[in-house]
Design a protein around this ligand. Structure first.
Ligand code: ROI
Length: 166
């Protein structure tokens, strides 16, 4: 039996009914091969980081366990983006219908052409750190330190948790 790795996936959308995009993507994560969706955070709304001439984003973070390699997992995430008809507007930091980022893959530090793990920018993005805290309270992030410490230097910056009562 291959060893199962804990991985965290960041979900983001700001086009074509973002909350529905995120919900559909979470459903797709339930069906990942050789993997289990352990839980996911609430949905969060925030102003775009980067170019401001685009709609607000909806973000969430999912916690999975997987027997897939990091590269296999990335293939699956990219397939889900394509299945949901991923569309991008503008340049690199423009709007998109769905973005699935491999944030963390166990304690692995990966730097290849396709993959940088931990995800670059994770440590300063409120829309990643606050949802991550919901699904991984006392996480030690390889190379970056305790999640709690990262949160203490990361203002919420208008990040709103949606459906908190659910
Ligand atoms: N801004 C927010 N708030 N949420 C995102 O998911 C997000 N994703 C991006 C950029 C354009 C950097 N800005 C974002 O890729």
């Amino acid at each position: 039996l291959s060893k199962r790795i804990v991985a965290y996936i960041g979900l983001g959308s700001n086009l074509d009914h973002p909350a529905t995009q995120i919900s559909s993507a979470l459903q797709a994560l339930v069906k990942l091969p050789e993997s289990t969706l352990i839980n996911h955070s609430h949905l969060y709304q925030s102003r775009p980081m980067g170019p401001q001439d685009q709609p607000d984003y909806i973000n969430s973070v999912a916690h999975i366990e997987t027997a897939l390699s990091a590269e296999q997992l990335l293939d699956q995430l990219q397939a889900i983006e394509q299945q949901q008809g991923r569309v991008r507007k503008g340049a690199q930091w423009g709007a998109r219908t769905l973005d699935l980022d491999l944030l963390l893959y166990g304690d692995s530090q990966i730097a290849t052409e396709r993959l940088t793990v931990p995800h670059p920018g994770l440590h300063q993005r409120a829309f990643v750190l606050y949802p991550l805290q919901e699904v991984a309270a006392s996480l030690e992030i390889v190379g970056l330190g305790p999640l709690e410490q990262l949160l203490s230097t990361c203002p919420r910056d208008g990040l709103m948790c949606l459906d908190e009562a659910e």
